[in-house]
Design a protein around this ligand. Structure first.
Ligand code: PSU
Ligand code: MN
Length: 306
């Protein structure tokens, strides 16, 4: 079922995506905040292209989502994406609540997981891939900093494939919030919740899946009675993860740097990720790249099995 109004002046689907949705072929939504604000150039555009290729190799059509000059674009081409990522354009970070304002103001922006799934659902896409879902920040009991990715996922029926949540967050608190919000968390061939840069965490998974078809079946069943999305937790290949000691050292230093700089709100995640990259000599970017491309491949396989 597609619910989009293709005549809308502020929503534009690429021909390829519109055709695929019309024909009921599998489509995977990809976000742009990771490209514009999460990864450094030039790797950011390379990763975006690799994610699209991975989705295609799995038999689905990629739909990279963002907003350009006040128009929501579903299925951004490589040129548009390079334009959006160009620092001169000053693209803003758009969570679900910001999309309407960006349209009204004619702004350009990159969508977070929240912004992306809100749009994806509107046009009839029910699977998305990213690196790490946003979550509860450390110290949130004081700052109330919890990503709108969680609340948006609780009311938007899209399956998000991610390597857990970024380890810069309070992972335990995030899992508690997903429970409260009614969002199922499924482990893909793993027994613990992945720790983003690291394959494993101390948090045990309740549900484990072994293949894309059983994930697709579970999400179809979930959607029959719930309007929430779901999180498919897909750990990074153990051979490609960050060294645990380097991870912990870099994490402590990156968080301290953000604290001293007084970063808050939507600036926190990009600032900590950038510090992490510098402190690990770029290794964190390599791991982030590996995991997000693997997530795109898995999302494509789940969409193709749906
Ligand atoms: N995954 C990554 N890198 C990123 C993100 C995800 O590997 O930069 C982005 C996503 O867009 C996610 C956002 O929605 O980080 C979370 O931002 P915040 O904590 O401000 O909600
Ligand atoms: Mn936040």
């Amino acid at each position: 079922m597609t619910t989009f109004d293709s005549s809308s002046a502020h929503l534009r689907l690429s021909e390829e995506v519109a055709d695929a949705l019309h024909d009921g072929r599998p489509v995977v939504a990809l976000e742009t905040t990771i490209v514009v604000h999460g990864l450094p150039a030039p790797q950011n555009l390379e990763v975006a292209a690799e994610c699209e290729a991975a989705v295609r190799a799995s038999g689905a059509v990629p739909a990279t989502i963002g907003v350009i000059d006040g128009v929501i674009r579903v299925g951004l081409g490589a040129e548009d994406l390079a334009d959006l990522a160009d620092a001169k354009r000053g693209a803003v970070k758009l969570s679900a609540r910001d999309v309407g304002t960006a349209i009204a103001r004619g702004l350009s922006g990159a969508t977070t997981v929240a912004g992306t799934i809100a749009i994806a659902h509107r046009v009839g896409i029910s699977v998305m891939a990213t690196g790490g879902l946003g979550g509860v920040h450390r110290g949130a009991s004081e700052t109330f900093d919890e990503s709108a990715d969680l609340t948006t996922l609780s009311r938007t029926p899209v399956l998000v494939v991610a390597s857990g949540v970024k380890s810069i967050l309070d992972v335990g608190a995030t899992l508690e919030r997903l429970d409260t919000l009614g969002v199922p968390v499924w482990g893909y061939r793993c027994d613990t919740f992945p720790a983003f840069y690291l394959t494993e965490s101390v948090f045990e998974m309740e549900w484990r899946f072994e293949d894309p078809a059983s994930v697709a079946a579970a999400f179809a069943a979930h959607r029959m009675w719930s309007s929430s999305g779901a999180l498919l937790a897909h750990p990074v290949d153990p051979a490609r993860q960050l060294d645990a000691e380097l991870h912990d050292l870099a994490l402590a230093a990156a968080l301290e740097r953000a604290r001293v700089a007084g970063v808050s709100g939507k600036g926190v995640t990009p600032a900590v990720l950038a510090a992490f990259s510098e402190l690990t000599g770029g290794t964190s970017v390599r791991v982030n790249r590996d995991l997000v491309v693997a997530n795109a491949a898995l999302a494509g396989a789940v969409a193709a099995a749906s």
